[in-house]
Write a protein that binds this ligand. Structure first.
Ligand code: AMP
Ligand code: MG
Length: 472
């Protein structure tokens, strides 16, 4: 059914622990992404739901699969933790270049005090949001399946337990590099670098000089992350826990925890209950993206030059350009939302004028952009106190003559928090109707479809979700 390839488990043993998923009483399939399975050439023809539930909860290990939990470290909220690792995840192996990983599948040597389990809520959230991201053209891990375990887990409340299967271009994080760097394991670092380049940036393999390869690798990760974060910003997405273990070197969104899409716009919006100081607020994501990249560069200094000062001076030469890249990609992404394809520095005021206005008027981020075509055509009913927008409109008209393609850039549908919450509450009672409906609706985020118009509407005041939880 799956021809597993296990390149990660062929790396030295200190990169991971070989460990089997937990036994669960009564696994039941609640969702399987047949389309994604077909794309990956996973053949599930004739495989019953019962069998899928057994496989994708780790009860039945397919031949060729070598389950492992990977080792990594991280800066969590700025504090360095030398040993984290997959405390509740099992990598089953790879299929056609993608990792197949179970999440919530039981304890591992990295679990510390955790139970290795996941509640159904976080599984529903990651399923819906990661698939929505994919359909919004944002690089991301994807959802292959969700299975309930038949056991309860104890979090804020008692919840049904569940296992999520995600598909990822890899699970290599900046934190993976930090793990080897903090142990002064330079051989490990070199192996991880070669592995990462092979998987994500194979064009760099031709660079013979190690220092130059390392520098190019840092630049490539920076480019990919700058593009990724600019896409999040353009959609009002807040990751919520951009710790270095949740920052992929492949430049895609990974580890959906307390993430959320904003409804009403706030520059420094935070949802996560644990983000007390707004480190991972909406606007700070660019800055944190840059900071995390510098932590990757720290790790790689010993591979650039034995002399730390020399290595630092070499990295310092490329840092300003990388930092700028994050700012430029952000501006480019925001510009495209207004129909500006050749954005220049002076357009910043236009972007900021509009954002300040929607923040002041507490407008819905997604709909404020979706209605721009109307605004351009003089239909201003979505926009209160329109006089405040006059100077913006003037600047905008000077820069843009054609807004006809904006509805392919500014989506109508995002996975709104209050709808995800409804799906979770219902699923906790054994009913997956909203979950299934949202899954379908979010496959076409740019189209108008009267069947899904209820998902377009922002939450009423009393429906607003103000806080999200990791669920760990
Ligand atoms: P996260 O916030 O999901 O990125 O997780 C941070 C760290 O905590 C990772 O090392 C996870 O594997 C670990 N972790 C999260 N939840 C659990 C859990 N329920 N049991 C064991 N480890 C966990
Ligand atoms: Mg994580």
């Amino acid at each position: 059914m799956i021809n597993f390839f296990n390149s990660y488990s062929k790396l030295p043993e200190r990169f991971f622990e070989r460990v089997s998923p937990a036994k669960f009483k009564n696994p039941k399939l609640i969702s399987f992404n047949y389309k994604l399975a077909a794309e990956l050439k996973i053949d599930v023809e004739g495989v019953s739901e019962k069998e899928l539930a057994l496989i994708f909860s780790g009860q039945k290990i397919l031949s060729g699969s070598e389950p492992i939990s990977t080792a990594y470290a991280a800066h969590q909220f700025g504090h360095f933790v030398p040993q984290l690792g997959d405390g509740r995840a099992h990598l089953l192996g790879e299929v056609n270049g993608f990792d197949v990983q179970l999440k919530g599948s039981g304890q591992t040597p990295f679990s510390r005090n955790g139970d290795g389990r996941s509640g159904l809520g976080p599984v529903i959230r990651e399923y819906l949001v990661s698939e929505a991201m994919y359909h919004l053209a944002v690089p991301t891990t994807r959802a292959l399946s969700a299975v309930t375990t038949g056991e309860n887990v104890f979090r804020q409340n008692v919840e049904p337990g569940a296992v999520f299967t995600r598909i990822a271009p890899s699970h290599i994080r900046v934190g993976t590099f930090q793990y080897f760097a903090c142990h002064n394991d330079f051989e490990g670092l070199k192996e991880l670098l070669a592995y990462s380049i092979n998987r994500h940036y194979p064009n760099l393999e031709a660079i013979e000089s190690l220092p130059l390869r390392v520098i190019s690798f840092i630049q490539s990760v920076g480019d990919a992350q700058a593009k990724l974060i600019s896409k999040w910003m353009a959609l009002g997405f807040i990751h919520g826990v951009m710790n270095t273990d949740n920052y992929s070197v492949g430049g895609f969104t990974i580890d959906y925890g307390p993430c959320a899409f904003m409804d009403e716009y706030k520059e420094h919006k935070v949802f996560s209950s644990i983000d007390r100081h707004g480190r991972y607020s909406y606007k700070n994501q660019i800055h944190i993206g840059q900071w995390n990249l510098l932590r990757l560069a720290d790790c790689l200094l010993p591979l650039i030059d034995e002399n730390k000062d020399v290595a630092i001076s070499k990295v310092e030469k490329i840092i300003p350009t990388i930092i700028e890249k994050f700012d430029n990609e952000y501006l480019k992404s925001m510009g495209s939302k207004f129909g500006i394809l050749n954005i220049i520095d002076s357009d910043k005021t236009l972007v900021n004028d509009f954002l300040s206005y929607i923040e002041e008027e507490e407008l819905d981020f997604t709909l404020a952009f979706r209605n721009l075509i109307d605004l351009f055509n003089g239909k201003t009913c979505f926009y209160p106190n329109i006089s405040k927008l006059e100077s913006f409109i003037q600047k905008w008209r000077n820069r843009v003559t054609d807004v006809s393609s904006l509805n392919t850039i500014n989506p109508l549908l995002i996975p709104r928090n209050h709808q995800i919450e409804r799906a979770i509450v219902q699923a906790n009672n054994g009913d997956y109707k909203i979950f299934n409906d949202l899954k379908k609706a979010l496959q076409a985020p740019y189209s108008e479809n009267s069947q899904y118009s209820k998902y377009v509407i922002p939450p009423k005041l009393d429906e607003r979700i103000t806080e999200t939880f990791c669920g760990t």
